[in-house]
Ligand binder design. Structure first.
Ligand SMILES: Cc1ncc(COP(=O)(O)O)c(CN[C@@H](CN)CCC(=O)O)c1O
Length: 426
């Protein structure tokens, strides 16, 4: 028995499913999860010492590559002054100012501990500010596990086939209105059905939780116009796309300005950080300046702030996003060319430093229903063929692949060689 298998057997005795987040459990691909022990650059190493080229990157945060010296040194330096004070520190202002500089729509920022906290808080703020109860989300979008958000969610919930999670009272779900991604008519119809009741739209400006599905031309601009027409706030959930699709996020890439933005993952550089922010008049409605309550013991933790600041300071260096885009294009185009070579129907999507591939003969994949028609059984076989060859993809057909600055030509060539073999063997 491998050490990873032993660790999994032991973990399941005290941790549900042996994991602290369901998508890690390999339920979407079958087999047992691989226990990892360390990571460096583009590589992650399992408990048995096997190396993998990593395209999960801790589900997005590791855009510099693992164990980056500037983040590690910042964390060690901050930790030497104490881990947490429960009092304001300069480090929170320093990171908030950097976020506001890189994402100008975020005039004010509140730090939290996860993407889920960011989205649930942003929705509460939008509801409090607008004095409206309903909000619009999209099928296949995932915004964390807040009760009102686990309605036709993507990501883990989709993989586990329980889009409407038990434990969410119907009264919570009834105010969540679900529309079709890339379908502005479905949004207009919903607004017209509830003309003065919709507080906000929350959207992944590039979907990454039904695998990678970018917005069709005009979709995000249309959501902006509909929110303005019906007096709702537009929330971009950039937990995944923030600083990844472009340095300024998907809102910079597509030039659409939301009222609120949620962040996670990269903003913490691998430490537990989420954030939400936006228009000053809206954000000042938040306690203690306003009546909408939100709080957190470890929010703005100085060690985590140091990690996030180091990560963004490094990432913003000139040329980095051009490099990430070129790596992502090479991989997506390479997968497509190799699938064609082997007569495997495959569609690919990409946006900035994220990409996805779908086993389907559809020309395009633009919404949840398109994704549902894809061959997930073929994905499972492909996933394991790649894992055996030392390529660590997201263990779900409904997750995107993430590139990082440590992915060099050697890693790209090795990944495409492994894909060539996997496509030939499918
Ligand atoms: C767009 C978007 N919004 C919110 C979240 C929730 O963030 P967290 O609470 O997991 O930090 C996420 C989390 N993403 C998943 C993977 N797609 C995290 C992985 C996991 O659940 O373990 C997200 O992608």
């Amino acid at each position: 028995m491998t050490k990873s298998a032993q660790l999994f057997q032991q973990a399941r005795r005290t941790i549900p499913g042996g994991v602290n987040s369901p998508v890690r459990a390999f339920a979407g691909v079958g087999g047992d999860p691989v226990f990892m022990e360390r990571a460096d650059g583009a590589y992650i190493f399992d408990a048995d010492g096997k190396a993998y080229i990593d395209y999960v990157g801790s589900w997005g945060p590791m855009i510099l590559g693992h164990n980056h010296a500037s983040i590690r040194e910042a964390v060690v330096d901050a930790a030497q002054r104490g881990l947490s004070f429960g009092a304001p520190t300069e480090s929170e202002t320093t990171l908030s100012e950097l976020v506001a500089e890189l994402v100008p729509s975020m005039e004010m920022v509140r730090m939290v501990n996860s993407g889920t906290e960011a989205t649930m808080s942003a929705i509460r703020l939008a509801r409090g500010y607008s004095k409206r109860d309903k909000f619009i989300k999209f099928e296949g979008n995932y915004h964390g596990h807040g009760d009102c958000l686990l309605v036709k969610a993507g990501s883990g919930a989709l993989t586990l086939g329980e889009p409407n999670s038990p434990g969410v009272p119907a009264d919570f779900a009834k105010h969540t209105l679900t529309c079709t991604y890339n379908d502005l008519d479905s949004v207009r119809q919903t607004f017209e059905t509830y003309p003065d009741e919709v507080a906000c739209i929350i959207v992944e400006p590039v979907s990454g939780n039904m695998n990678c599905v970018p917005p069709q031309p005009g979709f995000l601009q249309g959501l902006r116009a509909l929110c303005d027409e019906f007096g709702a706030l537009l929330i971009f959930d950039e937990v995944m796309t923030g600083f990844r699709v472009a340095l300024g996020g998907a809102q910079a890439y597509y030039d659409v300005k939301p009222d609120l933005t949620t962040l996670g993952k990269i903003v913490g550089g691998g430490m537990p950080v989420g954030a939400f922010g936006g228009r000053r008049d809206v954000m000042e409605y938040l306690a203690p300046t306003g009546p909408v309550y939100q709080a957190g013991t470890l929010a703005g933790n100085p060690v985590a702030m140091a990690a996030g600041f180091a990560c963004l300071s490094e990432l913003r260096q000139p040329g980095n996003h051009d490099y990430l885009n070129s790596v992502t294009k090479q991989l997506a185009d390479g997968f497509k060319a190799l699938a064609d070579k082997h007569g495997i129907p495959l569609a690919t999507n990409r946006a900035g430093a994220m990409f996805g591939f779908f086993f389907t003969d559809q020309d395009t994949v633009t919404c949840f229903k398109d994704v549902q028609q894809c061959d997930t059984e073929r994905f499972k076989r492909f996933f394991h063929l790649m894992l055996e060859q030392g390529i660590y993809l997201a263990p779900s057909a409904f997750e995107a692949c993430f590139t990082c600055l440590a992915h060099g030509q050697k890693e790209i060539d090795a990944t495409l060689a492994a894909a060539d073999h996997a496509f030939a063997t499918l």
